[in-house]
Design a protein. Structure first.
Length: 121
């Protein structure tokens, strides 16, 4: 990677929120958060920025399948989200594009949550 590059790692709100039955998944996502921080210091001399994007509940085909197979899941999930709705893939894509672009040239070692406020409240 050339100097001035940007790495965006795929995290999850599960890495910061203690969600039941997701211990191994949550641990791997917490490790990604740590990588964003440590790689920032490892790669600073090369001018490479590293950040993580941590989505919450996003309406994906897998999420649609889960909700279809589990009665009441959509209502239960949306009640956890202050915005009262699941996120869209475009919400995550816009954050990744921002972090990959020069518009975020002074952002490094951060974890961006795209979760409708789930982790914050």
């Amino acid at each position: 990677m050339t100097a001035g590059g940007s790495v965006v790692l795929p995290g999850s709100v599960a890495g910061s929120k203690g969600l039941p039955s997701l211990s191994i998944y949550s641990a791997t996502k917490a490790a990604i958060r740590s990588l964003a921080r440590t790689w920032t210091t490892d790669l600073k001399n090369r001018g490479i920025r590293v950040n993580a994007v941590s989505p919450g509940m996003i309406l994906t085909p897998a999420m649609e399948s889960y909700m279809r197979d589990n009665a009441g899941a959509q209502e239960a999930l949306t009640q956890m989200i202050p915005f009262g709705r699941l996120g869209q893939a475009q919400d995550v894509a816009k954050a990744v594009l921002f972090l990959a672009s020069s518009d975020s040239s002074y952002v490094a070692g951060e974890e961006f949550f795209i979760d409708g406020g789930v982790r914050a409240v």
